[in-house]
Design a protein around this ligand. Structure first.
Ligand code: NAD
Length: 258
């Protein structure tokens, strides 16, 4: 690690030490080192699927799009089954153990924060979870494995056996509203935190990307950890470029020295 980078990590370690109410805000980039590709990096999911075709209005209106959507999920479930949290997820869980974390607001649908040890009550899944399938009409729950096995067997997903409604993974698609209560709680935490640590989000998907701005405008320090630049770099108090796992492991080690 070069000297400049170590000093930057030291600065973050000091800020973490001083903070009592940290919000960790994560995007797909925190999970790439676990083997789940993000959407926008080269080789990401949008290279193979057209996001506009997988939108919520298309899912509702068009059986062909629905089939494409399930094809996408079959592939996604297959790729994410058995995937383990990485050192960045574990570092976030460690911060919660140290009593520092007010909330982990995530755009991710993979459940890896909870798998790393963050308490489910603190993890706010803005875009839902891929590990549940629900009826859009009556909210009846279906185990994802049941639907996955259907798809693997080359069969179609039937409508809800309770009410005839459409089934869909419990995730938020483009054109679909975010869960109101979760979003409100995320806004409340962003307004009341003293440090917002943004890890691996391109910060282009709204309204989620509004939350780091809310935190900054409410007086919190904003730190952005990403391989690439983001649209909020200009308002960040600290930008750390690189791999989330290495950076978070380094910061946690330094936390013992500051
Ligand atoms: P995104 O694909 O738009 O951006 C990912 C960001 O992470 C990029 O800016 C990239 O530079 C950065 N990144 C990638 N790997 C990194 C690493 N190892 N270390 C540091 N930075 C890294 O993802 P997004 O901003 O989260 O928005 C896309 C939406 O897609 C999300 O809302 C989410 O619902 C969904 N999504 C979820 C998952 C998941 O659950 N794991 C995966 C893909 C997409």
């Amino acid at each position: 690690m070069n000297k400049g980078k170590k000093e930057t990590l030291m600065e973050l370690a000091r800020w973490i030490k001083e903070s009592q109410r940290i919000v960790v805000f994560t995007g797909a980039g925190i999970s790439t080192e676990s083997g789940i590709p993000d959407f926008r990096s080269p080789g990401g999911i949008w290279d193979r699927f057209d996001p506009s075709e997988l939108s919520y209005p298309n899912f509702i209106a068009n059986p062909v799009s629905r089939r494409k959507y399930w094809e996408f999920y079959r592939e996604y479930w297959k790729g994410a089954t058995g995937v383990q949290p990485n050192s960045a997820h574990r570092a976030v869980a460690d911060l919660e153990q140290q009593g520092k974390v007010m909330a982990v607001i995530t755009q991710n649908i993979d459940g890896l924060h909870q798998a790393a040890g963050n308490s489910p009550a603190k993890v706010l899944e803005l875009h839902g979870t891929m590990w549940e399938v629900r009826c859009l009409s009556c909210n009846y729950f279906y185990p994802w494995e049941e639907i996955f096995n259907l798809l693997e067997g080359g069969r179609e997903v039937n409508n809800c056996h309770q009410c005839g409604g459409l089934l869909k993974p419990a995730t938020v698609s483009f054109g679909q509203s975010l869960p109101v209560g979760t979003l409100q709680e995320a806004q409340r935490c962003s307004m009341n935190c003293d440090l917002l640590l943004c890890i691996g989000s391109s910060l282009v998907v709204y309204p989620a990307a509004q939350l780091p701005e809310t935190a900054k405008n409410s007086g919190a320090k904003l730190v952005i950890i990403n391989r690439e630049s983001t649209p909020l770099d200009s308002i960040a108090d600290l930008i750390i470029k690189g791999e989330a796992g290495e950076i978070m492991t380094g910061v946690l080690e330094l936390l013992e020295q500051v």
